[in-house]
Design a protein around this ligand. Structure first.
Ligand SMILES: Nc1ncnc2c1ncn2[C@@H]1O[C@H](COP(=O)(O)OP(=O)(O)OP(=O)(O)O)[C@@H](O)[C@H]1O
Length: 305
C-alpha cells in the first residue's frame, strides 16, 4: 500500500494522478467528464473511474492504493446523490480507503499545496474555496443557469450577447462580431440561434468553449472583449472577497490567493486578475501544482495523517 491516488473531475475532463509515498508522480491518465448531473449520469462516471483507475494502476493493482481522493464536479450540490457518489469509487477500487469531495478542493490543494488560503477556479464553471485554521468555505459555483459568474461559460455567454447586440445594431460592431461568426461557422447572423440552441442544445461545455474566442479578441486589442474579461475578473475577485470574509479574515490581513481553471490560461485573464489584486491584502501566489497532483497530494496527506 505505497501509492496514493488523486482524481480531479471537471466539466470537460477527469484527471487521474498516482503518487508514491514521497509525493512523486508514478502515473497519470486523462478521461472524459465526470460531471454526473450534466447529463453523464452515475453509470458514465463509474465507467470513467474504471478506465482511469485501470490505467494508472496497471501492473500494480488497486490494493496498492493506500488512500485516494476523488474530487467530483457537482459533489455536494444535490445532497440526495452524495451517498451514491460516495459509493462509486469503492466499487472500482475494491476497498474503502478513500474519500470524495468537490473538485474545488483539488484546485485549492493543488494551487496552495494544502495550506491556508483561497483558490478561485474559473474553468467551465467558477467557484472559490478556502481554508483557514481547519475551517473551510465555498462561495459561488451555483451553476451556469443562475451563477458561475466569471467562468468560461459566463464569458462565452457575454460574448454571444455582445455578438447579438452588434448583429442587430444595438452596439457598434467590433472585431468580436466577426470572431464569433467564425467560431460558430455561420454566414447568417440568426444562424447563431440554430447552432447554440438547436445543434448544441445549449450544452455547457460547447458554449464555454467560445470563451477562447472572447479572450483571443481581448488579447488582439478588442475593447468590447476586454470589457467582458474585466467584468469576469471583477466577479472572480468578488468570490475571493466573500470567501475571505466568511473565513473571518480581518480587513487588511494578508490572505494567500491562487487561481486555477482553463480561463486563466488566457494571459489577458491572468494579467487582469493580477492587476485587480495588486495593492490589496490578497497575496496572489503562483499555483504550486495542477489540480490532479493536488488531489493526489491531498490523498497522501489524508492517508498518512
Ligand atoms: N485561453 C483560453 N481562453 C478562454 N477560455 C479558455 C482558454 N483555455 C481554456 N479555456 C476554457 O476553459 C474551460 C476548461 O477549463 P478547465 O479545464 O479548468 O475545465 P473543467 O475542469 O472541465 O471545468 P470545471 O472545473 O468548471 O468543471 C473551457 O471552457 C475552455 O473554453
Amino acid at each position: 500500500m505505497s501509492c496514493y491516488l488523486g482524481v480531479d473531475g471537471g466539466g470537460t475532463k477527469t484527471e487521474f494522478v498516482l503518487v508514491d509515498a514521497q509525493g512523486r508522480v508514478v502515473a497519470r491518465d486523462l478521461q472524459p467528464t465526470s460531471y454526473y448531473f450534466g447529463g453523464a449520469g452515475l453509470e458514465a462516471v463509474e465507467e470513467v473511474l474504471r478506465a482511469g483507475i485501470a490505467n494508472v494502476t496497471a501492473g500494480i493493482g488497486t490494493e496498492e492504493v493506500g488512500y485516494a481522493f476523488f474530487a467530483f464536479p457537482g459533489y455536494g450540490e444535490a445532497s440526495a446523490d452524495v451517498p451514491a457518489l460516495d459509493a462509486l469509487p469503492g466499487k472500482v477500487l475494491g476497498h474503502d480507503r478513500y474519500e470524495c469531495g468537490n473538485d474545488m478542493v483539488s484546485g485549492w490543494a493543488g494551487s496552495l499545496g494544502g495550506r491556508d488560503g483561497i483558490n478561485v477556479v474559473a474553468g467551465t464553471g467558477s467557484v472559490a474555496y478556502g481554508e483557514r485554521a481547519g475551517a473551510a468555505h465555498r462561495v459561488g459555483g451555483w451553476s451556469e443557469l443562475f451563477g458561475d459568474e466569471g467562468s468560461a461559460y459566463w464569458v462565452a455567454v457575454k460574448g454571444l450577447a455582445a455578438f447579438s447586440r452588434m448583429a442587430d445594431g444595438r452596439e457598434p460592431r467590433t472585431a468580436l462580431y466577426g470572431a464569433v461568426r467564425t467560431a460558430l461557422g455561420i454566414t447568417e447572423d440568426l444562424d447563431a440561434i440554430g447552432v447554440v440552441v438547436d445543434r448544441w442544445q445549449g450544452q455547457r461545455t460547447r458554449v464555454a468553449a467560445l470563451a477562447r474566442t472572447v479572450t483571443a479578441a481581448a488579447e488582439a486589442g478588442d475593447e468590447r472583449a476586454l470589457g467582458i474579461v474585466r467584468a469576469a475578473v471583477a466577479e472572480l475577485v468578488e468570490l475571493v472577497e466573500a470567501t475571505a470574509r466568511a473565513l473571518g479574515h480581518d480587513a487588511g490581513e494578508v490572505v494567500p490567493v491562487s487561481c486555477s481553471g482553463g480561463l486563466f490560461e488566457a494571459p489577458v485573464v491572468l494579467a487582469e486578475f493580477r492587476a485587480a489584486l495588486a495593492g490589496t491584502s490578497y497575496d496572489l501566489r503562483e499555483p504550486l501544482h495542477d489540480p490532479g497532483l493536488g488531489s493526489a497530494l491531498h490523498a497522501l496527506r489524508r492517508g498518512t495523517s
